[in-house]
Write a protein that binds this ligand. Structure first.
Ligand code: FES
Ligand SMILES: [Fe+2]
Length: 410
């Protein structure tokens, strides 16, 4: 349980807030590389700040404050110019990826000698492409390394899926360290949905182990023991706002009441021959059933979303009753509280990597036994995580499955 003041302190990440300062010390995925290939200008909202992301003709990315420094028009309605920069659609001022003003059409005609553009700058942030995603860093210098996780390099068919969740990011992230919910929200609920009155194997023991980049959560169920990787390796609550289980799920704060769920998935490709994926597809998954107006509950992450939004716009944690199953949630909150003090003292919070030499295929703990939904399949596995995978994505994957010697369902 938290007091209303502690709750606000941990949940709110707008500009100028303590937790906002802490969360701005990390890189956040905000878009797919493919999105900017399709349309080079994109409006972004990150931690309550409106930004514009763009890719110029040289392939360089820029991330600027959304409002033009001239008279504050929305730069996401601007366009990328052939000879460089992002042009504001209101009066044509032009900005490069660093935010420098490199063109002011009428001012240059009226007062060419004044060189007014030298005096104007759009606030600019850092952006990097990695693993088919575009990552933003909007915090203070020096900029840490953007994690280069080993999983990004594994052989397989990758895809990126976005969903917008209308609630605060912290309750989404608390789900990343909540082993027992899996038994109920996913397993038992799915059994009921399928008409079964059975119960799935129950948790008999849970554990939490801290490591450099997060906290592993461990479980023993009535059908597993201490030798099982679910206990020896576990799943990863990845710092500061992700879940890693072999795929990644980032919970990126759009603002205090909205979260961008960014899923990064990898599916097997049959055979051993080298496989390189030229383009990682991206798509948006809906969360509301248009017919009923209710949340969609058919897929694993959609079930998670129901857990999160059900807690309210910003969960009122002073009304909680935490038990033993919530030990990880308590650890997570304490770590954030501790890190608020650490950054006040000028230190680095948990999970920051500064050594560029170390930042190459950094290993994360991962269960290797192919069990349950990860068991090898004769046919291409279906995508169980989010609803409405586009036909173009599944058919591309099926075509690759066949091309690499796999069998397709008849
Ligand atoms: S507001 Fe952007 S050029 Fe005038
Ligand atoms: Fe879940």
């Amino acid at each position: 349980m938290l007091t209303p003041e502690q709750n606000d302190l941990l949940a709110r990440v707008g500009p100028g807030t303590p937790m906002g300062r802490l969360m701005r010390r990390y890189w956040h995925p905000v878009a797919a590389v493919g999105e900017l290939d399709d349309n080079p200008v994109k409006a972004i909202r990150l931690m309550g700040e409106d930004l514009v992301l763009f890719k110029d003709v040289t392939g360089e990315y820029g991330l600027l404050e959304r409002h033009c420094p001239h008279r504050r028009a929305d730069l996401s309605y601007g366009w990328v110019e052939e000879d460089g920069g992002l042009r504001c659609s209101y009066h044509g001022w032009l900005f490069d990826t660093e935010g420098r003003c490199i063109g002011q059409p009428f001012e240059q005609i009226a007062h060419p000698e004044a060189n007014f553009k030298e005096k104007v700058r759009a606030p600019a942030h850092h952006v990097q492409a990695k693993a088919g995603l575009l990552w933003a860093y909007t915090g203070e210098e020096p900029v840490p390394e953007l994690w280069d996780w080993d999983r990004f390099y594994d052989r397989g068919y990758k895809q990126v899926v976005f969903s917008e969740i209308p609630c605060n990011w912290l309750q989404c992230q608390e789900n990343s360290i909540d082993p027992v919910h899996f038994e109920w929200l996913h397993s038992n609920w799915s059994l009921r949905r399928n008409g079964s009155s059975e119960y799935s194997p129950t948790h008999t023991r849970i554990g939490f182990e801290e490591f450099e980049f997060g906290i592993r959560y461990l479980r023993i169920r009535s059908d597993t023991d201490e030798e099982n990787e679910l206990w020896k390796v576990g799943r990863v609550c990845l710092w500061p706002n992700a879940l890693y289980t072999g795929h990644f799920e980032w919970r990126v704060p759009i603002d205090d009441e909205n979260t961008l769920s960014v899923g990064w998935f990898i599916d097997p490709i049959p055979g051993e021959q080298p496989f390189e994926q030229e383009h990682i597809p991206y798509w948006h998954s809906p969360i509301v059933d248009k017919e009923t107006g209710r949340w969609i509950s058919s897929h694993i992450m959609n079930q998670d979303f129901i857990g999160w939004v059900g807690q309210g716009s910003v969960s009122d944690r002073w009304n909680e009753h935490l038990g033993e199953s919530d030990r990880g949630v308590i650890m997570l909150r304490k770590q954030f509280m501790d890190d608020l003090a650490v950054i006040e003292d000028g230190g680095d919070p948990k999970g920051i990597l500064r050594d560029a030499d170390r930042n190459a295929m950094v290993p994360l703990p991962r269960i290797r036994a192919e069990i349950g939904q990860f068991a090898p399949t004769k046919h291409p596995p279906r995508f169980p995580f989010l609803v409405d995978q586009p036909e173009a994505v599944s058919s591309e994957y099926h075509a690759l499955w066949a091309e690499y010697g796999g069998e397709l369902p008849s």
